[in-house]
Every structure is written in structure tokens, then in C-alpha cells.
Design a protein around this ligand. Structure first.
Ligand SMILES: NC(=O)c1ccc[n+]([C@@H]2O[C@H](COP(=O)([O-])OP(=O)(O)OC[C@H]3O[C@@H](n4cnc5c(N)ncnc54)[C@H](O)[C@@H]3O)[C@@H](O)[C@H]2O)c1
Length: 311
């Protein structure tokens, strides 16, 4: 799979355009199908912004943003592609119709991976006559900058498809995890939801401003979490006794905190308070300004730590 040279992208919106940028940066060619009349313009514009950051992260020798073709049909786009990433709108009838169109056109050994955040593998498999080439490969936005891909397969997935998809993603610089039991939001979004729930609770309770709660994250645990996950970090948090010593010491503290965590609800009043707090925190910086700041830092962190990661 790491040898796949030609790929396809179905649906080139927020996620599909970013995947296309990454596939191109890895030196692969990309065939795109997206029925939106301005899809080609939007993708090319997206590439202009993404390419300098990808150059900073390190392009392969063959990488060129020109190895791109646009196709009026999904079947035309997947013709000859070894790996296909599907990113169409998250509506089951659109997704199933897409699979029905591409299934007869798939080449031998081709793999189709869905970016879906909210649909289960089982529901999407219903759109296939033979679901063996298909699995979920859920990225974290933006996929060209955030390494994580969460993979879900099951007994109906073909032999070796999960391994081959993992090899493909690894070859283009992604970090994969395997999901053994499907839950809404997979793993990473659930972690995010858990943390944001408490951030929202504290903001609504007036514990600190929206800006200060965010600062507590990026200047504190967020920086450590960019290096290692929460359980590994606590394994390092109580000396040589590791996680056992940490739990022995802090079990009552954590059980007490967990019992007291907030259960906010995003109703109109709560949203209005968060939006006002965010406006204050943004301090005049637009969404585009903040996005550029974010992408620059994401690239810088990964460039600086590229050769340090061991697993
Ligand atoms: N946005 C995120 O943060 C995020 C993160 C991870 C995964 N995802 C998943 O990625 C998928 C795409 O989400 P998005 O945010 O890019 O949506 P989007 O609305 O930005 O893009 C969807 C694109 O699909 C195109 N499209 C519509 N009908 C189509 C068809 N029949 N065939 C091909 N293309 C078609 C649209 O023109 C649009 O460009 C969803 O499954 C979503 O759950 C999104």
C-alpha cells in the first residue's frame, strides 16, 4: 500500500481539500470528484495556502501541487486509484449513492476509506454490495497538519485491508490508531468533548474568562499533551513507581474531581456567553488570522519534534 502512487478524493470541502494537499505533498497524484461548480477553484486556492506549510514540514522529491485532476463523476475519479478517501457530506443517502457509483469502477486491491465523524462503519457498509475494500479512516482537522487517523474495520472488512490502509497512512506521515469498539465521536473527538465540556462549564460558572481558560490549556496540559498522552504523563507524575504509585496517591482526588465535573448544555444563552467571551479573547484577530497562527504553530511544533518521536 505504501507503493500506491495514484489516489482519489471524493468530496473536496474542508476535509477533502486538506487530504488532497497531503496526498500531493507525499508525491502521489490525486483525482478529485466534487460536484460543486467552484470545487476546482476552491481546491487550488486551498493548495496555495497549504503548500508553503507542507514545504516547511518536508515534501517528498516527487511532490507537486500540479499532480491533480478533476473528474465529473465519482467513478471517473476512482478509476486507477489505489487508495480513495471519501469526504462527501455526512448524509447517509449521499454516501451510499457514492459507494454504489464507485463500487463497479474500483481496481483490484483498491481501498476506500471514509472520513466520517458521525456515521458508524456498519451503517456505511450497507451502501456496499461487497464491503471488503472499505473501512473508516477518520482524520483530525486539518488532516494535512494533524497526524492522527482513527481506523475502524470489522469482520466484514477484507483480509489485510486494515493493515494495508495503516501502511498507506503511515507512508504519508500519519499516526494511526485502531478502534476496537465503535462509539459516536470515535476516540479523539470524545476526548475533546470531555475537555471542552469542563471548559464551557467553568466559563459559564464564571470561574475564569474564556480567554484565560483557553490559556490554562495551551500554556499547561496542552503543551504536555502534544508530547505524550494523559495516562503516560501521569505514569511520569509520581516518581519511579509510575502509574500505580500515581493512582495510589491521587485516586481519591481524581474521584472527587470527576464527581464534581460540570454538565453544561449548549443552549442559546450559553452559546451567546461563549461567543462574547471568545470575541474578547480574540482581541481583534479574525478567524483567518487565528487559523494562520494555529497552522504556523502546528507546523513548527511538528518540525521541531520530527526526529524525537519513538512510538
Ligand atoms: N470538518 C471537520 O472538522 C471534520 C473532521 C473530521 C472528519 N470530517 C468528516 O469529513 C467529511 C466531510 O466533511 P467536511 O467538513 O469536509 O464537509 P464539507 O461540507 O466542507 O465538504 C463536503 C464536500 O462534498 C461535496 N459533495 C457534495 N455532494 C457530493 C457527492 N455526491 N460526491 C462528491 N462530493 C460531494 C461538497 O460540494 C463539498 O465540497 C464528513 O464525513 C465529516 O464528518 C469532518
Amino acid at each position: 500500500m505504501s507503493d500506491v502512487k495514484h489516489t482519489a478524493i471524493l468530496g473536496a470541502g474542508v476535509i477533502g481539500a486538506s487530504w488532497a494537499a497531503l496526498f500531493l505533498a507525499s508525491g502521489r497524484s490525486v483525482a478529485i470528484h466534487d460536484p460543486a461548480p467552484d470545487a476546482e477553484t476552491m481546491v487550488r486556492r486551498y493548495l496555495e495556502t497549504a503548500w508553503p506549510v507542507l514545504e516547511e514540514l518536508g515534501l517528498t522529491d516527487q511532490a507537486t501541487p500540479d499532480a491533480l485532476t478533476f473528474h465529473s463523476s465519482a467513478a471517473g475519479a476512482v478509476d486507477g486509484a489505489g487508495f480513495i478517501q471519501e469526504n462527501v457530506p455526512e448524509r447517509v443517502e449521499i454516501i451510499h449513492a457514492t459507494y454504489a457509483r464507485i463500487e463497479p469502477a474500483l481496481g483490484d486491491g483498491a481501498i476506500v476509506s471514509s472520513s466520517t465523524s458521525g456515521m458508524t462503519l456498519e451503517v456505511l457498509q450497507e451502501g456496499w454490495r461487497d464491503p471488503r475494500p472499505f473501512l473508516l479512516g477518520h482524520p483530525f482537522n486539518p488532516p494535512h497538519l494533524i497526524p492522527l487517523v482513527e481506523l475502524t474495520a470489522n469482520d466484514a472488512t477484507g483480509d489485510g485491508v486494515l493493515d494495508r490502509a495503516e501502511a498507506f497512512y503511515t507512508a504519508i506521515g500519519k499516526v494511526t490508531i485502531r478502534i476496537n469498539k465503535g462509539l459516536p465521536g470515535h476516540v479523539a473527538n470524545r476526548l475533546q468533548a470531555a475537555v471542552w465540556r469542563e471548559a464551557v462549564h467553568m466559563a459559564l460558572e464564571g470561574v475564569a474568562s474564556v480567554g484565560d481558560i483557553d490559556k490554562a490549556m495551551w500554556a499547561g496540559p496542552g503543551l504536555r499533551w502534544a508530547a505524550m498522552g494523559p495516562t503516560t504523563l501521569f505514569h511520569l507524575g509520581a516518581g519511579p513507581g509510575g502509574l500505580q504509585a500515581f493512582c495510589d496517591h491521587f485516586r481519591d482526588t481524581f474521584n472527587g474531581w470527576w464527581d464534581g465535573l460540570g454538565q453544561p448544555h449548549l443552549d442559546d444563552a450559553a452559546i451567546a456567553r461563549l461567543v462574547a467571551g471568545m470575541e474578547e479573547a480574540a482581541n481583534g484577530r479574525s478567524v483567518a488570522d487565528l487559523s494562520a497562527e494555529r497552522d504556523g504553530m502546528l507546523a513548527a511544533i511538528q518540525t521541531a519534534t520530527k526526529d524525537m518521536r519513538r512510538a
